[in-house]
Ligand binder design. Structure first.
Ligand code: SAH
Length: 210
């Protein structure tokens, strides 16, 4: 019988993600240790909070698998002075991980219930440098632009002009680009007003909606 407690399961997950190369820098590893994923999943799913899977969070949406959060966080090259925009707050977990690594996170969520859920989860975790905004993230968030980094956590068929405009020169945009059940995680760096893009890996995210 599996009688491991959550703390042991968390340690085992972090160890295996490190081994797989999904968690590399000491900062990202520390953020994973500090943030309680069990506080961002549905109460009935807490026993599975440290299995490496996406889980349902309501409104037909999911919290991403820990390995994907690790990979995307690392690709964003978070710096202490960064102001980051996330599109798709969902449970608030990805924003919580980023909050430990950067100065400020703004996260936009289309579904009102999920924006409220993310706010509650972040508050309970004692996180004060994340602002959750209810709205359509394809428009970015003009109010606090420019951003050093933008992370999109829903599948998008294109890189919206607002994201390019609201990113600083040299800033990084990370987004799953594609539709249906296949997207390419795309890393774009803003250079001379344009994007220099590269595909990192194939992935599956819930779609961006309007
Ligand atoms: N980052 C989240 C998981 C995101 S799931 C976490 O850590 O839990 C993708 C989210 O994108 C869903 O919550 C969905 O409602 C949201 N979404 C879809 N279209 C959107 C849009 N146009 N603007 C903002 N959020 C959107």
């Amino acid at each position: 019988m599996n009688i491991m407690g959550l703390a042991d399961k968390k340690e085992a997950l972090i160890k295996s993600l490190r081994k797989e190369g999904c968690l590399k820098s000491p900062g990202v590893i520390r953020a994973f240790m500090e943030i309680p994923r069990e506080g961002f999943v549905r109460p009935e799913d807490r026993p599975w909070a440290y299995s490496d899977h996406p889980l349902h969070i309501g409104s037909g949406q999911t919290i991403s698998a820990p390995h994907m959060v690790g990979i995307m966080t690392s690709l964003l090259e978070p710096e202490k002075t960064d102001r980051v925009l996330e599109i798709g707050a969902g449970s608030g977990y990805q924003a919580a991980i980023l909050s430990r690594l950067v100065e400020r996170v703004y996260t936009v969520e289309l579904e009102k219930e999920l924006a409220d859920l993310a706010r509650r989860n972040l508050k309970r975790a004692g996180i004060g440098n994340v602002r959750v905004v209810h709205g359509d993230g394809s428009l970015g968030l003009q109010e606090h632009a420019p951003y050093d980094k933008i992370m999109v956590t829903c599948a998008t068929d294109r890189l919206y002009p607002a994201w390019k405009e609201q990113l600083r020169e040299g800033g990084i945009l990370l987004a799953p680009v594609g539709s249906g059940y296949h997207q390419e995680l795309t890393l774009a760096v803003k250079r001379k007003g344009g994007f220099r893009t590269k595909h990192v890996l194939s992935c599956v995210f819930v779609p961006l909606r309007h």
